[in-house]
Write a protein that binds this ligand. Structure first.
Ligand SMILES: Nc1ncnc2c1ncn2[C@@H]1O[C@H](COP(=O)(O)OP(=O)(O)O)[C@@H](O)[C@H]1O
Ligand SMILES: [Mg+2]
Length: 291
């Protein structure tokens, strides 16, 4: 089971994302980014966060700790924002929390270099879970203490929105051309060789067991929550074996993110990069394009 805590104070909404997560404090004195069951994206987003976040952790990718958070909407009574009030009112009961990383910065591909092996592991993992939400427009990665951390696995496993078509959907390729780590030459073959053998039925059963029953009950077509948990295992197991052959990495899109300001790059690029010479921008079409 994930650790369960109780929210004691709603601190502030986070407006960068689409689902209006909020920062809350809890009775264990922790601070969490809370994802609400009452958000428009629905409880499947929370299921995906648990299954994929915990799977990533078991593959030794960095993901902040996940907890479940009991919410009594009364803690938001003094919240002036109508939208937040309504979200809290609709989310009484069990919600998802992610340990808040204080002082973390949003990943910027022009300010932080990732080596080909790490980029390969993240791209391969995103291909496995069919993550459509790690593009350079919206990387959903944080840099904290000099390391890359993965957040936001809500928009993954598209097949769980249409279970009868799940096998066909999971057989499809993964287009990583716009992935935030595509410019770093991700070594997906090495990542597949390292990570695919770790994706076993046992491991997937372990991570799906962490999803609270509350978020699984009454799914049409499933008699029990455990039957639904098994349905999550199958497409991931099938995909793990061969997805590296179906990762599309075309030339990156023409429009690029803007160059990061100097104060940011100076601040978060303290180490030399082993595989690329960052002094020599002629090797780097991405940097040239931004001049
Ligand atoms: N664990 C965390 N620590 C610090 N900041 C976070 C954390 N999780 C999310 N954030 C910040 O909140 C924003 C929204 O969170 P995210 O999980 O991406 O939600 P959404 O589903 O709405 O996109 C992120 O872009 C990031 O800036
Ligand atoms: Mg996000």
């Amino acid at each position: 089971m994930l650790t369960e805590v109780t929210a004691t104070r709603y601190v502030t909404p986070l407006r960068e994302g689409g689902s209006l997560p909020g920062i809350v404090e809890a009775d264990d004195l922790g601070t969490y980014v809370m994802k609400f069951t009452g958000a428009g994206q629905g409880r499947k987003t929370l299921v995906a966060e648990v299954v994929c976040g915990e799977l990533a952790r078991r593959l030794r990718l960095r993901v902040p700790e996940l907890v479940t958070i009991q919410l009594d909407p009364v803690i938001g009574l003094s919240e002036p924002d109508q939208e937040v009030q309504e979200l809290l009112k609709a989310s009484g009961g069990l919600n998802l929390g992610m340990d808040y990383l204080p002082g973390s910065l949003g990943f910027d591909p022009l300010a932080y270099e990732v080596d080909a092996a790490e980029a390969g592991r993240v791209v391969w993992f995103d291909a496995l879970i069919n993550n459509v939400d790690r593009s350079w427009r919206n990387p959903n990665m944080l840099v904290w203490h000099g390391d890359l951390w993965l957040i936001d696995h809500g928009a993954t496993m598209i097949w769980h929105h249409n279970w009868p078509g799940a096998a066909a959907s999971a057989a499809k390729p993964y287009n990583a051309s716009d992935h935030a780590l595509a410019p770093f030459g991700p070594d997906v073959a090495a990542a597949a060789a390292e990570l695919a053998p770790l994706i076993t039925e046992e491991l997937l059963t372990e991570v799906t067991a962490l999803v609270p029953d509350e978020w699984l009950v009454d799914e049409p077509g499933f008699e029990t929550t455990d039957a639904l948990r098994r349905a999550y295992v199958e497409p991931l197991l099938a995909r793990a074996a061969t997805i590296h052959e179906r990762i599309v990495l075309d030339a990156p899109a023409a429009t690029k993110p803007s160059r990061a300001p100097g104060w940011l790059t100076d601040h978060i690029k303290p180490w030399p990069h082993p595989t690329r010479n960052s002094q020599d921008s002629s090797q780097d079409p991405q940097k040239d394009a931004d001049r």
